[in-house]
Design a protein around this ligand. Sequence first.
Ligand code: FAD
Length: 319
Amino acid sequence: MRSATEPQRLPVSPTAAGTATTRKVRPMAIPLPPIDTGPDSRPHVVILGGGFGGINAARQLGNAPVRVTLIDKRNFHLFQPLLYQVATASLAPSDIAYPIRAILKDYQNITVLLDEVTAIDPELQHITLAHGELAWDYLIVAAGSQGTWFGHDEWEPHAPGLKTMEEALDVRQRVLGAFERAEREADPDRRTALLTFVVVGGGPTGVELAGALAEISHQTLRQNFRNIDPADARIVLVEGGEVVLRGYPDRLSKAARRSLEALVLRSAPMRGSRRSPANRSRSARSALPPPPCFGAPGSRARPSEPASACRWWRATGCR
Ligand SMILES: Cc1cc2nc3c(=O)[nH]c(=O)nc-3n(C[C@H](O)[C@H](O)[C@H](O)COP(=O)(O)OP(=O)(O)OC[C@H]3O[C@@H](n4cnc5c(N)ncnc54)[C@H](O)[C@@H]3O)c2cc1C
């Protein structure tokens, strides 16, 4: 193990690109030049992730006698709590995304890198990036979480989650697209199907998303169409447990349910179903288009699968 005061610079690996564990987001279409953080004898702290965790860690270390490199595969910090507002077109993407460089620009000891971490080697104390490698003396992993589809990962293509900007924009496109298609649909049954929105998961994200869908259909879009009344939209919140907002005080959980029902929201049990909500709808009404369906999944640490975790942490004994 190297001394903490003698950081080792590792060569850039030309084969590192393309070994990403997360393939959904490719940060740059063109290859980035090799990383050169310059000669510096201060301990090198690498922070993985520019979310709340990573940004706060960086701020704490700003102006401390260390050099800090914060790496994120996106160049913006995302305010996740308002993702559902972007998903329902109440806010613009730029309202909840802010450049990481701008947030940290006043800290001269902090360098921000746009790249994707694909492997972490705790023995050699270096990380592999999509476009290079980097040595660290101290490593802070704040890579956030990813959605878990209640043991049904096959649901994901039918019901996008709501943890990233890409997912929020996907939901937004599906929601607005459903209203547009319904406006041009002559068949009343098909119109009803298009205007039936299914949200899977009655946790905070599902409750927020269902409520926001009800608001835009019953209020925001009310006057905007000629052939449909957006208020005819049906929003179905599918929750497998007995209550929404499980884990919250009973009083709040009941109040949330009452508020949702007041917004003309249907709730449906999910237990026992092995089919995706979209498939279930299709089998029942095969001639009709599947309803727009959205997932409000739970969270699991990133990376979650043992194989990719081992790729990240090439620790002795990791199987
Ligand atoms: C819809 C929604 C609503 C929420 N509402 C609330 C709320 O009301 N109140 C509340 O307290 N919390 C809320 N949360 C939870 C809160 O947003 C999260 O707990 C918080 O964002 C987690 O911060 P983090 O830094 O751990 O991870 P994140 O904010 O997810 O940041 C992780 C960062 O790591 C980067 N990253 C990941 N993998 C890599 C990689 N391999 N290479 C490079 N970069 C990588 C990502 O790009 C990301 O920028 C909500 C979450 C969601 C999704």
